[in-house]
Design a protein around this ligand. Structure first.
Ligand code: G3I
Length: 383
């Protein structure tokens, strides 16, 4: 009984305090925490690729980072054809359903990766000899998946990595069986099912001049047929010192000049030696672990930590300069320990390409892009 009397007194006291505020004095709403998604909210979506463990939230610390820091997610692997459509007559949506549910739980922009890709392709595609039968099976693949997620997935990588480095079309079973029209057909099929979803062409090394010309030709050809393409995804698998900011900027401008959105879809910055000047993410290439290729086995030297922070600052300064063209910036993972770059292009290396370290602590690179946006906001004219 005593406790309830105290509670009543406390409630009464609170009521008096609140009523003492003059009627026009606003009760301050608590400021939002300075997380990536909050700080960049008025610029572009900040996303991350997530793996099965992150989709199932098996680690509570990681789950908190994903939910608090990002407002967009991409499935790193589980929506690739091998995973989601493993047999010609059976789809496996279990993990992808959990992925979409997670995005809805955290009020995120949900991105589907990827409908048509020559890699991680379900083997059954290769068993179809007849071209028309192949085209029909591919149409069913695209339409069934987009139907399943209609109204829930906000954008799709409709076609991933269809170009060679010289800008010509990569040889694949899709090109072989359906000719160049496989590209336009994939976008047409997706738009027929979900006209509200943003449809992207996605590729790596999109700052290379020849490949950039090829991507522009590819997308323009589809647009010229009156078929919807909403965006171009520049994957952004970059290095400490390449590609140049100028090349990245020229690419953003050239892609945006098509009248489509530009997304940075798989951003990471490798700090390790780039063997034989390899670029991008052609995962068919892999190299034996040569001496000197893995210099930071134990820890990342402070000097490189600072270089990485400055590189991310320079990259995000450019993104903020062109935030009117950029829809989303997605990191290819949350923390260094999960990065595919620990195994590409050389297996068994220790890389440090992302914003959170192996202990899930934010790195100097994280602090640098938060501080950058706060400075940027201060320089903006008061609305
Ligand atoms: O799930 C199996 C596991 O059961 C098996 O024990 C293990 C060992 O073989 O392999 C596991 O599958 C691996 C999968 O990642 C999940 O970890 C595949 O072998 C491996 O090839 C696959 O690598 C992925 C790669 O795409 C190929 O799909 C990387 O995680 C992923 O980061 C990478 O992402 C691509 C984008 O989709 C497209 N752009 C380039 C980017 C980097 O290559």
């Amino acid at each position: 009984m005593k406790l309830s009397k105290h509670i009543l007194l406390a409630v009464a006291a609170l009521a008096i305090i609140v009523s003492c505020k003059t009627k026009d004095e606003k009760i301050e709403t608590p400021a939002k925490p300075n997380t990536l998604r909050n700080v960049y909210e008025d610029a572009f979506y900040i996303g991350t690729a997530i793996n099965t463990f992150q989709i199932e939230e098996t680690d509570s610390v990681m789950a908190k980072i994903v939910g608090n820091e990002f407002n967009s997610i991409t499935a790193e692997n589980i929506m690739k054809s091998m995973m989601i459509h493993p047999e010609r007559d059976s789809f496996n949506y279990e993990l992808a359903d959990k992925f979409v549910a997670l995005g809805e739980k955290y009020d995120m922009f949900i991105h589907g990766h990827t409908l048509i890709w020559h890699s991680q392709l379900s083997p059954w595609f290769q068993t179809i000899e007849d071209s028309l039968e192949f085209a029909n099976a591919t149409e069913r693949h695209v339409k069934d998946i987009v139907t399943h997620y209609k109204g829930r997935i906000n954008s799709w990588d409709v076609v991933n990595e269809a170009l060679n480095e010289d800008g010509t079309l990569r040889k694949s079973v899709f090109l072989d069986k359906m000719g160049e029209d496989y590209l336009a057909n994939a976008f047409k099929w997706a738009a027929e099912i979900d006209p509200k979803a943003d449809l992207y062409y996605n590729d790596y090394n999109m700052t290379n001049a020849d490949k950039r010309k090829g991507a522009i030709r590819l997308v323009q050809n589809i647009l010229d047929k009156g078929i919807k393409v909403d965006g171009i995804g520049m994957q952004g698998h970059w290095h400490l010192d390449s590609p140049s900011i100028e090349d990245i900027e020229q690419s953003i401008l050239d892609y945006a000049s098509l009248g489509v959105k530009v997304a940075i879809t798989e951003l990471d910055v490798s700090v390790l030696p780039n063997p034989w000047d390899l670029q991008g993410a052609e995962i068919s290439q892999n190299f034996e672990n040569k001496e000197g290729m893995n210099p930071y086995k134990e820890k990342l030297p402070d000097s490189i930590q600072v270089k990485l922070a400055n590189r991310y600052k320079d990259i995000f300064s450019l993104f903020l300069k062109h935030k009117d063209k950029i829809s989303r910036v997605t990191f290819w993972g949350v923390s260094d320990g999960q990065s595919w770059l620990n195994g590409f292009p050389v297996r068994g290396r220790t890389n440090y390409p992302l914003l959170f370290d192996r202990e899930l602590k934010p790195k100097a690179a994280y602090d640098s892009i938060i501080a950058l946006k706060q400075r940027f906001d201060k320089q903006q004219p008061v609305k």
